[in-house]
Design a protein around this ligand. Structure first.
Ligand SMILES: Nc1ncnc2c1ncn2[C@@H]1O[C@H](COP(=O)(O)OP(=O)(O)OP(=O)(O)O)[C@@H](O)[C@H]1O
Length: 638
C-alpha cells in the first residue's frame, strides 16, 4: 500500500492537472488551508479548556476563556468557508477527470486489434477497466482529498497531544493499528472476490441484455425461452450472491476483530492516562484537554485510515484501468494519437478519394491531411495488385487454424469470388485481407509494399467492407451511409445519394418519414426500424459511399429479394468495371460467382482450387459439385 498509493495519487494529480489545473489547485490549496484551520481550532479549544479548568471563580475563568473561544469560532467559520470552496472545485474536477479517463479507454478500445476482442482474458480485463476502473478515478479524487484533510487533522491533534505529554502519542497510534489492519484486509477480501466474479458478471450482463433488449424480444417469446433464460440468469445470480454473502461474513469477522483490538488499545490508553492523573504526573486541566485531543485524534485517525483504505481499494481498480489502457495502447499497431477522433472543428471525411478522382486542394472538405500520409495513401489508392501469400491464421484461443497456407491474388479492376461451404474460412480471409486480423504466417502485399509495414489507418481507408454481420447503427439513415461525414455539405449529400442509388437504398430512404435524417432506432422517440433487406441495402450503400479501390462484399445479398439481388450484383460489377475498383465477393450464390474474373474455392481453411468458372467446371471438383447442385435446383443449364 505504501508503495502503490503515492504512485497512484501522483498519477491522479497529473490527471487532475490535465483535466483542469485551476480546479486542481483550488481543491488542494483550500483543503490544506481548511485542515490548518482545523488544527488551529483544536489548539484554541485546548486554550479554552485550560482557562476553564484553571483555579479561581467561574466568571473569571469564563472571561479568561473568551478570547480563545472567539478564536475557535473564527477557526470554524474560516474552515467552513475553505471547505465550501474546496468542495466546489472538487465537484467541478470530478466530471472533468471522468471524461479524460473514459475517453482514454474508448480511444484504446476502438483502436485495439480485432483479435484481442476475441480473447476472453482480454474481455475480462476490459470489463474490469470499464466497469470499476473508470469510475474509480473520480472516487480516488475524493479519497485523496480526504487523506490530505484527515492527515492534517491527525497531525494537529497528535501534535497537541504530544505537547501535553509525549508518552500518550505512541499509545494513540497503537489504537489506530487494529483499525488500519481490519480496513485493509477487508478491502482486499472485497477486491479478490470482485476479481473472481468478473467473468460471471460478464455472463450475467450478457444474459440481462438478452432479456431486456428489443432485438431478441420476439425470439424469446416465439421460442418460449423465458424460463430457460431466467434459470440461467438465476444460476449466475445465485453464484454472485453466495460469493458476496461470504464476503460480508468475512468482512464482518475482520471488522469485529479490529474493533476488539482497538477497544483494548483505547482502554490501555485511558488506563495510562488515569495512572498519570493518579500519580500526579499530569494536572486535571491537562488531562481534560488530553481526553479531548485523544477523541479528536481517534476520530481523525479513523477518517484517515478509512480514506486510505478506500483509496487503496479504488486504487486497485484504478490500477486495472491503467494496466488495461497501457496494454491496449502498446498493442495498437499505430500511434493511438493518430486514431484520436477528430473534433467537429477539424473533422475531415474519413473517406478517401479514389485513384480516378482528382486530388483535392488543401483544405478541401474531401481532402486528406498531411503530405507524407497523402503520398502513401495515393500509392495505396492506385495499387495494381494485392497478393496474399501463404496465409495461416488462428483465432485467439482456438485449437485449429481458420486459414492454412492460403494464397490469393486480387488484380486491379477484377471481381474475385471466394466460395466454399459454411465455416470454410471465407470471412476470415476477407478480414485478414482488410488488415483487421494479422496472420500468424504469410504476407500481404499491396504491389510491393507489405501491408503490415504500412500505416494501418491509411490502409483501412483504401478498403471498404460490406460485412455479412453489418452493424445497424442507431443513428440517422444518412449517417448510416456517410458514417460521420458532414451531411450538411452538399457534396457529401450528393455522394450519399449516389451511393444509396447504387445499392438500391434510395427507395428505402424515400419511404422514411424524414428521409436521410430519420433516426433508425425504435428505442428513441420518432425512431423507426427497417426490414433485414432494407438494412442490408444501407450497409451496401455504406460500402459504395466509401469509394475505396478495394471493396469487400461478404454475402451482400443474403437478405435481398430476387430483383434487388440481381441489381446489387450488376452494381458490384459496374463498380469494378467502370471505376476500376477491385471487388472481393463472398457468396453462396454461385450463379453470381460464375461471372467473377477469378474464383477461389476454400474448404476447411485451405485453398483447394482456383480459376475461372469454366476452369473449375472442367476440373469437376467441389465447385462443380456445388454449382451443379444449385443449378439443378433452379433448372439452369450448367
Ligand atoms: N471470432 C472468432 N473466434 C474464433 N473462431 C472463429 C471466429 N470467427 C470465425 N471462427 C471460426 O473460424 C472458422 C472460419 O469461419 P468463417 O467465418 O471465416 O467461415 P465462412 O467461410 O465465412 O463461413 P460462412 O459461409 O458460414 O459465412 C469457423 O470454424 C469459425 O467457427
Amino acid at each position: 500500500m505504501a508503495r502503490r498509493l503515492p504512485r497512484l495519487i501522483g498519477r491522479l494529480i497529473r490527471l487532475g492537472w490535465r483535466a483542469n489545473p485551476r480546479d486542481l489547485l483550488i481543491t488542494i490549496v483550500f483543503n490544506l488551508v481548511s485542515g490548518v484551520f482545523t488544527a488551529f481550532g483544536l489548539l484554541a479549544t485546548t486554550k479554552v479548556l485550560t482557562a476553564l479548568f484553571a483555579a479561581g471563580p467561574t466568571p473569571e475563568r469564563v472571561r479568561g476563556a473568551a478570547p480563545a473561544l472567539f478564536m475557535v469560532g473564527a477557526a470554524i467559520a474560516l474552515r467552513a468557508s475553505c471547505t465550501l470552496i474546496a468542495q466546489w472545485a472538487q465537484m467541478r474536477l470530478r466530471p472533468q477527470i471522468q471524461r479524460l479517463v473514459e475517453l482514454r479507454l474508448y480511444e484504446a478500445t476502438t483502436a485495439i486489434d480485432l483479435a484481442a476482442l476475441d480473447d476472453s482474458d482480454h474481455q475480462d480485463a476490459l470489463q474490469r477497466a470499464r466497469i470499476r476502473g473508470v469510475e474509480s478515478a473520480s472516487e480516488m479524487t475524493d479519497d485523496a482529498v480526504d487523506i490530505g484533510t484527515a492527515g492534517i487533522s491527525v497531525a494537529a491533534a497528535a501534535g497537541t497531544l504530544g505537547v501535553l505529554h509525549p508518552a500518550l502519542l505512541p499509545l494513540l497510534l497503537l489504537t489506530a493499528v487494529p483499525e488500519a489492519w481490519a480496513a485493509i484486509r477487508s478491502a482486499r477480501i472485497c477486491y479478490i472476490a470482485q476479481m473472481s466474479l468478473v467473468e460471471v458478471r460478464r455472463r450475467s450482463w450478457i444474459m440481462a441484455e438478452l432479456m431486456t433488449e428489443r432485438r431478441q424480444a420476439a425470439e424469446i417469446r416465439s421460442f418460449t425461452m423465458r424460463p430457460f433464460l431466467l434459470r440461467r440468469y438465476g444460476q449466475l445470480a445465485d453464484h454472485i450472491r453466495e460469493v458476496m454473502l461470504d464476503v460480508a461474513r468475512r468482512r464482518t469477522g475482520t471488522q469485529l476483530l479490529g474493533d476488539v483490538l482497538r477497544g483494548v488499545a483505547t482502554v490501555t490508553l485511558y488506563v495510562v492516562l488515569g495512572l498519570m492523573l493518579w500519580g500526579a504526573v499530569m494536572p486535571l486541566a491537562v488531562a481534560g484537554t488530553a481526553v479531548l485531543a485523544i477523541r479528536t485524534s481517534q476520530a481523525s485517525l479513523l477518517t484517515l485510515v478509512h480514506a486510505l483504505n478506500r483509496c487503496y481499494e479504488h486504487g486497485l481498480y484504478f490500477q486495472d484501468y491503467i494496466d488495461y489502457c497501457a496494454m491496449a495502447e502498446q498493442s495498437v499497431a499505430v500511434d493511438p494519437a493518430s486514431l484520436k477522433p477528430a473534433t467537429t472543428a477539424n473533422a475531415t471525411p474519413r473517406t478517401p478519394l479514389a485513384a480516378d478522382e482528382p486530388a483535392p486542394a488543401t483544405g478541401d472538405p474531401l481532402g486528406n491531411a498531411g503530405s507524407h500520409n497523402e503520398l502513401h495513401l495515393n500509392a495505396l489508392l492506385r495499387f495494381r495488385q494485392i497478393t496474399a501469400t501463404g496465409i495461416t491464421f488462428t483465432y485467439p484461443g482456438a485449437d485449429a487454424p481458420a486459414l492454412r497456407d492460403v494464397s490469393v491474388r486480387l488484380g486491379r479492376g477484377e471481381v474475385v469470388a471466394l466460395v466454399g461451404e459454411n465455416g470454410s474460412g471465407k470471412t476470415t480471409l476477407a478480414k485478414v485481407l482488410a488488415a483487421l486480423y494479422r496472420p500468424d504466417k504469410g504476407d500481404i502485399h499491396w504491389d510491393d509494399q507489405n501491408a503490415w509495414d504500412l500505416d494501418l489507418h491509411l490502409l483501412r481507408q483504401a478498403v471498404a467492407v460490406i460485412a455479412q454481420d453489418h452493424t445497424r447503427w442507431p443513428m440517422s439513415a444518412g449517417d448510416n451511409i456517410a458514417m460521420g461525414d458532414d451531411l450538411t455539405d452538399a457534396r457529401i449529400q450528393a455522394r450519399t445519394d449516389a451511393a444509396a442509388a447504387a445499392a438500391g437504398a434510395d427507395e428505402v430512404l424515400a419511404g422514411l418519414p424524414h428521409g436521410t435524417q430519420t433516426l433508425l432506432d425504435r428505442r428513441f422517440a420518432d425512431g423507426v426500424d427497417l426490414s433485414g433487406g432494407q438494412w442490408q441495402r444501407l450497409a451496401a450503400a455504406r460500402g459504395f459511399y466509401r469509394n475505396a479501390p478495394l471493396l469487400i462484399c461478404d454475402e451482400p445479398t443474403a437478405a435481398l429479394d430476387a430483383k434487388a439481388e440481381h441489381r446489387m450484383f450488376e452494381q458490384i460489377r459496374t463498380h469494378a468495371r467502370e471505376h476500376r475498383r477491385t471487388v472481393l465477393l463472398i457468396t453462396h450464390r454461385l450463379s453470381n460467382a460464375r461471372l467473377a474474373d477469378q474464383i477461389y474455392v476454400l474448404a476447411n481453411g485451405s485453398l483447394i482450387d482456383h480459376g475461372t468458372h469454366q476452369d473449375l467446371m472442367n476440373r469437376h471438383g467441389l465447385y462443380a459439385d456445388l454449382y451443379t447442385l444449385q443449378a439443378s435446383a433452379f433448372g439452369q443449364p450448367t
